[in-house]
Design a protein around this ligand. Structure first.
Ligand SMILES: *Cc1c(COP(=O)(O)O)cnc(C)c1O
Length: 366
């Protein structure tokens, strides 16, 4: 029996043909495919413009740089996320601060966020973790009241919606097209914004601050996307709704099938379209053995799992080394990082794969 990986991108003949066409054209970087990908992706999200970049990490980096915050200003991110979210602040000489998350959605807890704001706080980066929107209404309101910029980390949430509106259209959206995400360009990223001036500034920063013909007006970077990525992205975007529907179907099958005491299946918030970039269960104390043992047994049964993420960001060695863990306590983030386990949910899982995951889990809990 073959093993089931934790994630696998769906790449078809059309993607291969699209990449081949770019290679044959000789126009490899930042051309027509990238411009079309920006237009089509931002239209899908419902944002005024898209700025394509080389990956999701630099999307966050640029989005934050685009705000021109004073050095040392504080940026609040959830304590429970991928490290890139908080690193964006460090890249810009800003101070990451951490807010706790909700134990059911694993997303920013708005009340806790409000309490962590200080006079030095200038921006909030919310994360739509695993593909579920964070409470955009509450968080946007807090940011408006307190005069803070809001950035949405949408790396795991292409197509996710809250009350019919897509994430990445509420504030500055940062997307990733890494192979484990809901659509891929290999490496790749996109910033979505409704602010035309910010769009212009981000385009400048992406390409060495060049207004054209080697006229460099600001300190920029090379964060460009290749046409190979753009062409891949155009095809993947066309297929995104199909990918999401398949993920939703797989998640439903797991929700219905997993009947084990001590395994809590994902919670879906009212009004949310959860796009299940990860299908994450909580392993509770009632389960007959601990999470690491469960993962080892599943691995033996040919089912890969993962922990997204094993510790709060402030407990990472880098953050401890920088002293950014001092006096920080996010009890929910600490609890959930010890309990969460991701199961395979990618679009190309077969019905047999799903039954195998369900039956293996149910048998282990029995
Ligand atoms: C993947 C991811 C990123 C970074 O994207 P890359 O394209 O890998 O640089 C940032 N934030 C979150 C929440 C992610 O999952």
């Amino acid at each position: 029996m073959s093993s089931i990986p934790i994630a696998r991108p769906s790449i078809g003949e059309e993607e291969i043909r699209a990449v081949e066409a770019v290679l044959r054209s000789g126009m490899l970087v930042q051309g027509e495919e990238v411009a079309r990908f920006e237009d089509e992706f931002s239209a899908y999200i419902g944002a005024g413009a898209g700025v394509a970049v080389s990956n999701g990490t630099v999307a966050l980096d640029l989005a934050l740089k685009g705000l021109s915050l004073e050095q040392g200003s504080e940026v609040i991110t959830p304590a429970f996320t991928f490290i890139a979210t908080a690193n964006a602040a460090l890249y810009q000489g800003l101070r990451p601060r951490f807010a706790d998350v909700d134990p059911r959605t694993f997303n920013l807890d708005p009340e806790d966020l409000a309490e962590r704001i200080t006079p030095r706080t200038k921006a909030v980066i919310g994360v739509h973790l695993y593909g579920q929107p964070f409470d955009l209404d509450a968080v946007s309101e807090i940011c408006e009241d307190r005069g803070l910029f809001l950035i949405e980390d949408c790396a795991q949430a292409h197509g996710a919606e809250l009350n019919g509106r897509k994430v990445g259209s509420y504030a500055t959206g940062c997307f990733s097209f890494y192979p484990t995400k809901n659509m891929t360009t290999g490496e790749g990223g996109m910033i979505t914004t409704d602010d035309p001036e910010l769009g212009i500034r981000l385009r400048l920063l992406r390409n060495h601050g060049d207004l054209g013909k080697y006229n460099h007006v600001v300190l920029g970077y090379n964060y460009r996307m290749t046409n190979i990525q753009g062409a891949l992205g155009l095809v993947q975007l066309k297929r995104l709704e199909e990918f999401i529907r398949q993920r939703e179907k797989n998640a439903q099958a797991l929700d219905r099938g997993l009947k084990v005491e001590g395994i809590t299946t994902p919670y879906k918030a009212p009004g949310a379209r959860h796009v299940y970039n990860q299908y994450v269960v909580r392993v509770e104390d009632e389960f007959p053995f601990g999470r690491e043992e469960l993962m080892a047994r599943l691995q033996k049964a040919g089912i890969a799992t993962a922990v997204h993420y094993p510790k709060p960001v402030y407990e990472q060695p880098l953050y401890r080394e920088l002293g950014l863990n001092r006096g920080v306590s996010c009890p929910v983030a600490e609890e959930v990082s010890a309990r969460v386990m991701s199961l395979p949910v990618y679009p190309d899982l077969s019905d047999d794969d799903l039954s195998r995951i369900i039956h293996t889990m149910n048998a282990m809990g029995a």
